[in-house]
Design a protein around this ligand. Sequence first.
Ligand SMILES: C[S@@+](CC[C@H](N)C(=O)[O-])C[C@H]1O[C@@H](n2cnc3c(N)ncnc32)[C@H](O)[C@@H]1O
Length: 343
Amino acid sequence: MDERDERLAVVVDKPRAEAVIDDLERAGVYDADRSVREYDEGSVSLPVTAVPDAVDYREVVRQVGEPRLRDLADHLRERGWTDDEIDRAPASWAVLGTVVLVDAGDAPRPAELGEALLDLHGAADTVLARGPITGAHREPDVTVLAGEGDTETVHREHGTTYAMDLAEVMFSPGNKAERARMGEQVSEGERVVDMFAGIGYFAVPMARAGAAVTAVERNPASFEFLLENVRRNGVADRVQPYRADCRDVLEQTDPATDVRADRIVMGYYEAHEYLDSALGALEPGGVVHMHEATPEALVPDRPVERLRDAAADRDRSVEILETRRVKGYSEGVAHVVVDARVE
Ligand SMILES: C[S@@+](CC[C@H](N)C(=O)[O-])C[C@H]1O[C@@H](n2cnc3c(N)ncnc32)[C@H](O)[C@@H]1O
């Protein structure tokens, strides 16, 4: 019998489940083919392919008895859903700490969908259906589908911890790779401005990587979580937060608080409207990461042209380093980010 057949699992307290899964994945021993199971009240067993060395867990157990139902379709079928109904269920969702966030689409009986997702994710206590994110403050609209209805959660990814209230602030699961990439871009001591910091999506991983980050956010609810996340991740000495309009921070002329940057992150779909403020603060040779929601037919020309035009207005030249698709934004529209060096 090899280790896989032994159905090994490690037991951890529920609030730590997501963080430990993160650690197990990095150690290469998380068994994604099996499910997280409720172990006793307050703890869960996480499936592993081998006993992990450097991961903190309470005990190692064998998952015995009936194998847990494997996927959402199994759980829905158990609730009497037909194959046609199951086809209308969502194919993906995000687990953010203790919350499952799902776009329920036109799934029938959303409450049952929520219950099934709770069964599938033993460490979660709430399922939220997400509606549109609207307005300049990017405010979410969520509905409780199942569980306790606690919209506050603490999510960990790539070693960064994000506290948030999903009823108040947006969190885009599809930006996960971009959040990690921003942390990988910076070098120690680099001066970064995150003009649209939100709860610290990019600012915190960049500060964790050693950058000195000026983080600007004008939505009061997001700003409170930005402060909390800076503290939780132990980077208060490397982040200067401002609750303000980023233009006011970058365009103020007081030499005592003048902001200069080696790198500027513009994580907002309307970022191009702020390019002049950004370029005014960017040192020669500095890098800008400009996000945009771009119709497919205009990728990558429109954001690239917008960058070139803004630089030309300041008699500066642009070297395009990379254009990336972050995710789909809507039908026929892509979320793209352009990395450019500005001389
Ligand atoms: C799209 S969200 C951040 C998304 C995040 N970068 C991500 O990838 O998930 C943009 C944020 O910018 C903030 N914001 C919009 N306009 C702003 C401005 N002029 N100054 C400062 N913050 C602004 C909004 O409140 C919101 O929190």
